[in-house]
Design a protein around this ligand. Structure first.
Ligand SMILES: Nc1ncnc2c1ncn2[C@@H]1O[C@H](COP(=O)(O)OP(=O)(O)O)[C@@H](O)[C@H]1O
Ligand SMILES: [Mg+2]
Length: 309
């Protein structure tokens, strides 16, 4: 097994708030490992501790306790810095700069020489779909364009690891898809992506692995397909015709409208029985839809467990 890209152990962070608030335990012992390939989703509700964790990983904040190692080295280490790209949560940056100037500015912080930096900036702005907009000041960018220029900025040092804080938040469905596609493209290039999100549908579509954090503690983590399970949890069967559920394996009628009925079945045997029985009564089967657990269900049940303890 290669070294994990990021390893976080026993991470705690306590903020000293105002006297009236007291101490805020933002992280209460976070453990997770981001493997060197793939997309890792760091999911949780607002205030769970996602941004705090990402800031510690990027070396912007010191932990109160615990350890972060990136490619086997401590966070904030110079070699680590060269291999890390970061998209902050609200990348409003300096809005009088143009997109081109912003990327060039960050590139110059890494000491990339002028000509090379110019070419790279153009390449990156093309990649994120901002060709033709590079001379526009950022204050004229839409939220989606800001996220995309933020991604270009995070990529300017051609880092192996990309850390993205809520890359899809505040975007419309098209903007979200564009960012998802960009993230998938980065994965194809062999990059490690560690991103936070409270938008579960987006995470479900692209993540290989996820951790769910609630109130400063990771409550679930693992490969997405293992967490969600490959098993079907129930089936919804729709049919047209007599809606008498008598003798059927499920009397759980979900809807019945204008001769169409939908029933919910909870085992393969029940499905078989219904599928053979219904036509005998003159019903015509319209559809049979299997349902697996969704990330949202997993997420909500994790939060409930946590709130109850
Ligand atoms: N600089 C700070 N000072 C005091 N409290 C903070 C600070 N930054 C974050 N917090 C608190 O820490 C908790 C976690 O915040 P954050 O990491 O931003 O969560 P998330 O990104 O998951 O929404 C919240 O309760 C937040 O109010
Ligand atoms: Mg946050």
């Amino acid at each position: 097994m290669p070294d994990p890209a990021i390893s976080i152990r026993g991470l705690k962070k306590t903020f000293v708030g105002h006297l009236s608030i007291g101490r805020i335990h933002a992280l209460r012992g976070v453990d997770l490992e981001v493997p060197s390939t793939g997309i890792y989703g760091f999911l949780g509700p607002n205030g769970a501790g996602k941004t705090t964790t990402l800031k510690i990983v990027t070396g912007l904040l010191f932990p109160s306790e615990g350890e972060v190692r990136i490619m086997g080295r401590p966070a904030g280490d110079n070699l680590v810095r060269m291999n890390l790209g970061f998209l902050p949560e609200s990348p409003y940056f300096y809005d009088y700069l143009t997109g081109e100037e912003l990327v060039t500015f960050f590139g110059s912080l890494f000491g990339i020489p002028g000509k090379e930096l110019k070419d790279r900036t153009r390449l990156l702005l093309d990649m994120v779909g901002l060709r033709g907009k590079e001379k526009l000041p950022l204050r004229k960018y839409s939220k989606g364009m800001l996220q995309r220029v933020g991604l270009a900025q995070a990529m300017v040092n051609d880092p192996q690891i990309l850390i993205l804080d809520e890359p899809m938040s505040g975007l419309d469905p098209i903007g979200r898809r564009e960012i998802r596609d960009l993230i998938l493209g980065l994965k194809e290039k062999g990059k490690t992506i560690f991103f936070s999100s409270h938008i579960l549908a987006d995470a479900e579509m692209i993540c290989d692995e996820v951790a769910i954090i609630v109130k400063g503690k990771v409550v679930q983590k693992g490969r997405l397909e293992e967490l969600l399970g490959k098993d079907v949890r129930f089936w919804d069967l729709s049919f047209k015709g007599p809606a008498d559920a008598e003798g059927l394996p499920s009397r759980h009628v979900i809807t019945s409208h204008e001769g169409y009925t939908m029933i919910r079945l909870d085992s393969e045997e029940a499905v078989e029985q219904a599928v053979s029985e219904l036509p005998k009564r003159g019903a015509r089967i319209i559809s049979l839809v299997p349902h697996k657990a969704s990330l949202e269900e997993l997420f909500l049940s994790s939060i409930e467990e946590r709130e109850n303890d």
